[in-house]
Design a protein around this ligand. Structure first.
Ligand code: C5P
Length: 232
């Protein structure tokens, strides 16, 4: 899989999601399904979106004991997802169990990426609540290295971290980056943002775009603009 734009379909029902995707005539955008939609609509929404020919990033951020995560990953793999993820904080035994659980009988498996530190965690929270007494960016790189050593394919990270992740973990290690906005758009609640064109220059592999597309007056035009800036 090469560079692509993934639309974060942060909707609360299958109907809303499918009617949104119906608008994309002649295009099959890569779709991210997060907790809200998955918990509301269940595995059937993944099957339906896959049946319509889209690729799916199932963003459920698993974090539990290795045995439980391994078995849950086997279920997600059977859903024919393309990318799934977990929290690197679960440790390398959990990450290796996830890779094993995801791997199908024929040796294929979805791509598996790790969340290092959530972008909602700042240095103060890291130190005072998670009791990690290290600079946040070094924790992110250490977790990314653990993920790479455990056989994962990449990380979810800020576009500002993508270059460093590639330096530390290699160019082939995927960077999937939310926090994308158009130069003339609203930043909403995202603090560290980049445009699709800047994300391309940073070497991001996939950009995850939600409201800049879903809340646009013309979502298809916004999607096309993202692709033109990031891929073409
Ligand atoms: O609407 P917006 O483009 O901000 O949506 C970004 C998407 O990426 C949302 O689904 C959000 O949950 C997700 N995400 C994020 N930051 C992270 C991890 C995931 O914005 N660190």
């Amino acid at each position: 899989m090469g560079k692509d734009v993934i639309i974060a379909c942060d909707f609360s029902s299958a109907e809303e999601t499918l009617s949104f995707l119906d608008g994309f005539t002649g295009r099959k955008p890569f779709v991210k399904i997060g907790m809200e939609l998955f918990y509301a609509a269940g595995p059937e929404i993944v099957r339906e979106i896959k049946k319509r020919g889209h690729r799916v990033f199932l963003d459920l951020k698993l974090h539990d004991i290795p045995n439980t995560v391994g078995k849950a990953m086997a279920v997600l793999s059977a859903l024919d997802t393309d990318i799934v993820n977990l929290h690197a904080a679960g440790g390398s035994a959990m990450m290796r169990a996830a890779v094993k659980g995801l791997t199908r009988a024929d040796g294929t498996r979805p791509l598996l990426i790790a969340v290092t530190q959530l972008t909602s965690i700042d240095q103060q929270t890291l130190e005072n609540e998670l009791l990690i007494d290290r600079p946040l960016d070094s924790v992110v790189m250490e977790y990314a290295s653990n993920a790479a050593a455990s056989g994962l394919d990449g990380v979810v990270c800020s576009p500002l971290e993508a270059g460093k992740v590639h330096e530390v973990c290699g160019k082939g290690f995927l960077t999937v980056t939310p926090g994308i906005r158009f130069a003339d758009g609203s930043s909403d609640d995202q603090k560290r943002i980049m445009t699709p064109a800047q994300a391309k220059l940073e070497g991001c592999d996939y950009i995850v775009v939600g409201r800049a597309i879903t809340a646009a007056a013309d979502p298809v035009a916004a999607y096309d603009r993202c692709c033109a800036e990031f891929i073409d």
